[in-house]
Design a protein around this ligand. Structure first.
Ligand SMILES: [Zn+2]
Length: 285
């Protein structure tokens, strides 16, 4: 189920394989073995099937993967454990459950972000490095597993930003800078892996903040963002059993733990998601 014309994909495949070996692209995590066409299709859709722009975007991503040395980033844990722990403690987050069509759901509780505590332990570059490893885990481990289990609708993810507890002080300069860098990476190097973004519990003043964030976003991403006014809207797309209690669902992965243990928190990081991620990167390469 590719959304790009077959002839565009064929042309781009020929050009790309004239410059790189497929095994090189697999080693860089750019595509999975035997799935180059799916990767090309994602880049092509993101560039409105413009062949030249798609080729330039793919070359840019391959160069970025070489620069970031993705093979070494995925050969073990992204950072020393105290830094990873700080990121998980002070930026509550994680994959949790699925939407009604089997897409994996990622939740961030931005209102519980404590950027000052986080940056005492980890640098902005550390945060970025951990983010990229999570993206690789999503792209090359979780999504293929989910597609095998739930079909091609599961090839994209759903994001929920829960803004409960957000204050005027949440969006400090450091936070804006991080959002800008992370958004650029997501858009340029992980195109078309996002189905929809739900922003829930947005306080009225956030609409002003959003205008400042919106400028970092491509039109394609902007069209996927939905401000959710009621919990019923969320339940319509994500079954209650898949949704944490704090979002109006019924799940508590670890009852008695902050945020139900569904996402990480200042007091708990051994969520199902992070335990799985750590086990994956603890293996010998
Ligand atoms: Zn849960």
């Amino acid at each position: 189920m590719l959304e790009a014309p077959v002839e565009t994909i064929a042309l781009l495949r020929t050009k790309l394989l004239g410059e790189f070996l497929e095994s090189e692209l697999v080693a860089l995590g750019f595509c999975q073995l035997g799935c180059l066409d799916e990767t090309i299709a994602r880049y092509a859709v993101a560039r409105d099937n413009d062949a030249d722009a798609t080729l330039a975007a793919m070359r840019g991503s391959i160069a970025w993967r070489q620069e970031m040395d993705i093979p070494s980033l995925v050969a073990g844990p992204a950072l020393p454990s105290e830094k990873l722990e700080a990121i998980r403690h002070f930026n509550p987050q994680g994959f949790h459950g699925q939407d009604k069509d089997g897409r994996l759901v990622y939740i961030e509780r931005t209102g519980y972000l404590d950027i000052e505590a986080l940056l005492k332990v980890a640098t902005p570059d550390d945060v970025l490095r951990a983010h990229v490893q999570k993206c690789e885990y999503k792209l090359n481990v979780l999504l293929p597993r989910q597609v095998a289990a739930a079909g091609t609708t599961a090839a994209k993810i759903v994001l929920i930003y829960d803004l409960e507890n957000v204050g005027f002080n949440t969006f400090k300069t450091d936070v804006f800078t991080a959002i800008q860098r992370i958004t650029a990476i997501n858009q340029e190097h992980y195109p078309e892996t996002l189905h929809k973004v739900y922003i829930v519990n947005a306080p009225f003043f956030f609409y002003g903040t959003y205008k400042l964030i919106e400028v970092f976003l491509s039109d394609r991403i902007r069209q996927k963002i939905a401000f959710v006014g009621s919990k019923a809207e969320l339940i319509a797309d994500i079954p209650a059993a898949s949704l944490p209690k704090f979002l109006g669902g019924t799940c508590e992965c670890f009852p008695g733990v902050a945020h139900g243990g569904c996402v990480s928190s200042a007091s708990f990081t051994r969520t199902h998601y992070f335990v799985g991620l750590d086990a994956h990167y603890a293996r010998s390469p």
